[in-house]
Design a protein. Structure first.
Length: 275
């Protein structure tokens, strides 16, 4: 078929905008030129793709069947251009590459991989702009983009080794009501902060929070070891010297999600990951 990238982009523009006038404006060409290009695409495909009416342009049944293939084709072209530019390096955003689940996931990705430490809002921005291929993050990142749930991890409480709760087999959130809790910046890790605040709400408590924040998972545990705070943590987080990690009694879990920039080929990668 005599079909090029521009014709496919025109098709999606009309599908989105609903009129050739609005689509032409979005594509920065004249309305007659865009209409001619749509006609050329329909001739190449051999089917009428749009119904023309007073209310604008609407996909025919043939157009509806054609649309997902157009999106797949453009995604493949975009991915191909990226591979040509950077040799196929998979750009992966993570909040912290020291976390056990993150390390486990990255080890299963096809090389070469570039791991970028980014807050969740920055991961979302780069995913949507196409400057990041995959994010390993919490559920609040980039709603609407393709995603695969990797695991739902249990939670623990990190306390100083000499703390009265350190010797217990398990602990409830309500038992920490009088403690000073560490929380990261909400602008950096909104998924985690939302989960911890939900835990507090479930227990009916409003504890104090530590005044210092870090974008690392290691610094908070140093402050816990120093007796300055406690911290709800992931069950996989190892306890450094001076810290005891006690299982937390709660049905809530932290949901680890792989979020793809776009395209089924990226989700095919993440769907094979085992945590």
């Amino acid at each position: 078929m005599d079909v090029d990238f521009e014709l496919l982009a025109d098709f999606l523009a009309v599908t989105k905008e609903g009129t050739t006038i609005a689509a032409a404006r979005a594509r920065r060409i004249s309305q007659p030129a865009l209409s001619a290009r749509i006609a050329r695409l329909e001739k190449a495909v051999g089917a009428t793709l749009f119904e023309r009416g007073a209310g604008g342009m609407r996909l025919t049944e043939a157009g509806q069947r054609f649309e997902p293939f157009v999106r797949q084709a453009l995604t493949a072209l975009e991915r191909g251009a990226q591979v040509a530019r950077d040799g196929g390096t998979l750009r992966v955003g993570v909040v912290d590459d020291e976390l056990a689940v993150v390390r486990q996931v990255v080890q299963q990705l096809p090389a070469p991989v570039q791991v970028l430490r980014l807050g969740e809002p920055e991961q979302e921005r780069l995913l949507r702009s196409g400057d990041l291929d995959l994010a390993i993050a919490g559920p609040q990142v980039a709603p609407g983009l393709p995603r695969e749930v990797l695991s739902r991890e249990k939670l623990s409480l990190a306390v100083p080794a000499a703390h009265p709760l350190a010797g217990q087999d398990q602990v409830t959130v309500a038992q920490t009501a009088d403690e000073v809790h560490y929380l990261p910046r909400e602008e950096f890790a909104p998924s985690w902060v939302a989960l911890v605040r939900d835990l507090f709400a479930d227990a009916g408590i409003n504890p104090g929070t530590y005044a210092v924040q870090s974008d690392s998972s290691l610094n908070p545990l140093r402050w816990v070891a120093a007796g300055e705070c406690v911290a709800i943590s992931l069950a996989s987080t190892p306890a450094p010297a001076g810290v005891a990690v006690v299982p937390l009694v709660t049905p809530r879990r932290f949901e680890w999600v792989a979020i793809a920039r776009s395209g089924s080929e990226l989700m095919a990668v993440s769907s094979k990951i085992r945590v």
